[in-house]
Write a protein that binds this ligand. Structure first.
Ligand SMILES: C[S@@+](CC[C@H](N)C(=O)[O-])C[C@H]1O[C@@H](n2cnc3c(N)ncnc32)[C@H](O)[C@@H]1O
Length: 337
């Protein structure tokens, strides 16, 4: 069934197949941008209590709600944005076609977040392709959420033998595996799930126990994760990547501190941060593009660069007519060993 036949929502191409009544149990909730999301009852548990201002959500064993928020944005991108910055044929399937379509129909305020979420995955997959061309055969997604790369791995399909390690908090990863099963997506043998809490567990030990080969180079991505970590956990994670075999590298996303924002951007940020704190996933760590390369070199990387939102907009959104743009506060960093 093609994606365009999966929903029946005003404002979107109507399909011949109506939304099934048993999937109409919608729940309103804040998402990663603090924006309105309409989610099917099947994933409502991910937004259930316990929540609170202390960041206790994951520690309490409740999966990340922001992972769902990001995944919904990728799914909506597949449906409403032309041309797509990220081609992800499993993005709609993993969240449920109706969920994505409903949000697309009702929520016009999250275009900037959608652009950022799509761009950061595209950038990571572009950098990964370059690494694979250089001979890298291990890819580690740190804080993978509902990212579907491991299940569509084109480098495995083309016979290059890229192994994928999905690292995530145990609570989120267990929920993701349930989402995959419910969607009928079977993880391929090249994909290994590695449950790790970056705040309390040693990433290197957990990876090695899962078959990661520290003597071989690896490419890492960490998308939408830094902001949810303490600075200590972020530094420990980056220091480990910097200690990996020569030829390894990482791309990660980060966001500006509120002190660098003003006007509408600051007001929007304050709303988002309040919503995230209320969901139990407060924003903790912010970075400034001017200081990121120096910090990465100090952590042990041999090369470091920032792709600012402005540069990302030129590279990935340059010649589009719909005005889709990454917000000015959202950037990427690339570092190599
Ligand atoms: C906003 S989601 C991003 C998910 C995914 N990278 C994406 O772009 O869709 C944040 C992710 O960070 C993970 N995360 C947050 N804190 C973590 C921790 N202490 N240890 C491991 N994962 C963590 C969450 O479980 C979640 O999957």
């Amino acid at each position: 069934m093609s994606v365009s036949r999966c929903w029946n929502v005003p404002g979107l191409p109507s399909g011949s197949e109506p939304v099934r009544p048993d999937r109409r149990r919608w729940l309103r909730a804040g998402t990663a941008a603090g924006t309105l999301a309409l989610l099917p009852g099947g994933v409502a548990d991910v937004l259930a209590l316990p929540v609170g201002p202390t960041g206790a959500r994951l520690a309490a064993g409740t999966p990340s709600s922001t992972a769902l928020g990001a995944a919904v944005q990728r799914a909506v991108h597949q449906i409403v944005d032309h041309p797509r910055v990220l081609d992800d044929p499993l993005a709609v399937k993993i969240v449920g076609a109706e969920s994505a379509a409903m949000q697309a129909a009702v929520d016009r305020r999250s275009r900037g977040l959608r652009a950022y979420v799509a761009m950061r995955s595209r950038h990571a997959e572009d950098r990964l392709a370059e690494a694979v061309a250089r001979g890298v055969r291990q890819y580690v997604l740190l804080g993978a959420g509902l990212d579907t790369f491991g299940c569509r791995n084109p480098h495995e399909a083309s016979g290059l033998g890229l192994r994928v390690f999905e690292v995530d908090h145990p609570a989120t990863q267990a929920w993701k595996r349930g989402q995959l099963a419910a969607a009928g997506i079977v993880p391929p043998p090249s994909l290994t799930f590695v449950p790790v809490d970056f705040e309390t567990q040693r990433l290197e030990d957990r990876l090695r126990d899962s078959g990661f080969d520290p003597r071989q180079p690896a490419f890492f991505s960490m998308l939408g994760v830094v902001v949810y970590l303490t600075e200590d956990a972020m530094n420990a994670t980056l220091r480990f990547v910097a200690s990996c075999a020569t030829g390894s590298g990482i791309t990660f996303s980060f966001t500006l501190p509120p002190s660098r924002l003003g006007g509408a951007a600051l007001a929007s940020r304050e709303r988002s941060m309040a919503a995230m704190a209320a969901l139990g996933e407060p924003w903790l760590t912010f970075l400034e593009p001017e200081t990121v390369p120096g910090r990465l070199l100090a952590l042990g990387f041999g090369t470091a660069a920032v792709l600012t939102s402005e540069q990302a907009n030129r590279r990935y959104f340059g010649d589009r007519a719909d005005g889709l743009r990454v917000p000015a506060s959202s950037h990427m960093a690339d570092a190599g060993v």
